[in-house]
Design a protein around this ligand. Structure first.
Ligand code: MG
Length: 258
């Protein structure tokens, strides 16, 4: 395996990679502090679009992990940037949380709460209602642009429980209307393309570290950068064997990267 210091930008998944709910995964603290000591840039990338930047900054600070706004990129922020770059003049209807809408407002996006929207954006909506779904279906019956933050089907909770994530909400809309969204979060390479420019690094310098094959590792493949799968979260050795999505490296845990 390449020596870790030879990568020039670490893109770190959070849930299942550096922590699980409110507990750090052993070795995560040491690994991230090592990167900081060696001045190797790292960015936490998350597909969770239900919370805001400050939610993450607070959580990471509570866990003792050094992080500023520069080290953070979520699918909510990616959606804000994407809309700003491509559709700043359009009206957007959001199926998402209040915090997600606040994040989009930070990017100057024009949000509306009715059927006058040009764009439908779906996130991981823990405040989902049938009123929102009714507007979404009405919009999808027309020629609205359909975007969504992340294709994750479930959001993991403690004790093997889970909630339907953005991908499941979108699947429901797809079954009802026949329309499918374009996902902006992982594994769309949009997030990596943006970060490569921001940090001025080449593809071979970038590595994604994550626990999910169909988001984290697929992201690295789509963006043509390196990938390391950790086995502390969703993916197991058996899943890896059966999957067509193969990482460059596999480690039991982030601890092995110190
Ligand atoms: Mg994860």
């Amino acid at each position: 395996m390449r020596k870790y210091s030879r990568f020039g930008l670490y893109l770190l998944d959070m849930d299942g990679t550096i922590y699980f709910e409110n507990s750090l995964i052993p070795g995560a603290y040491e690994f991230i502090n090592k990167l900081k000591e060696e001045n190797i840039p790292y960015v936490f990338i998350s597909n969770n679009s239900s919370v805001s930047k400050s939610t993450y900054l607070e959580k990471l600070a509570n866990l003792g992990i050094p992080c500023s706004e520069d080290n953070l990129f979520s699918s909510a922020m990616a959606m804000g940037l994407y809309l700003k770059e491509n559709y700043l003049d359009k009206k957007v209807f959001v199926v998402g949380t209040k915090l997600f809408k606040d994040e989009l407002l930070n990017y100057g996006i024009n949000l509306v709460d009715d059927e006058s929207a040009d764009i439908l954006v779906v996130g991981y909506d823990r405040e989902l209602t049938y009123e929102k779904l009714e507007v979404a279906c009405r919009l999808l019956d027309g020629d609205v642009i359909f975007l969504a933050t992340n294709p994750d089907l479930v959001y993991p909770l403690k004790n093997k429980r889970y909630l339907p994530d953005c991908g499941s909400i979108c699947n429901m809309l797809t079954v009802a209307t026949g329309k499918s969204p374009k996902y902006i979060g992982k594994p769309n390479p949009f997030m990596i393309d943006y970060l490569k420019k921001k940090f001025g690094v080449r593809n071979e310098d970038v590595v994604v570290v994550g626990d999910r094959l169909y988001t984290d590792i697929q992201l690295a493949i789509n963006a043509n950068v390196n990938s390391i799968l950790v086995l502390t979260g969703e993916a197991t050795k058996e899943m890896l064997e059966e999957s067509k999505v193969k990482p460059n490296y596999v480690v039991d845990s982030i601890k092995d990267l110190i």
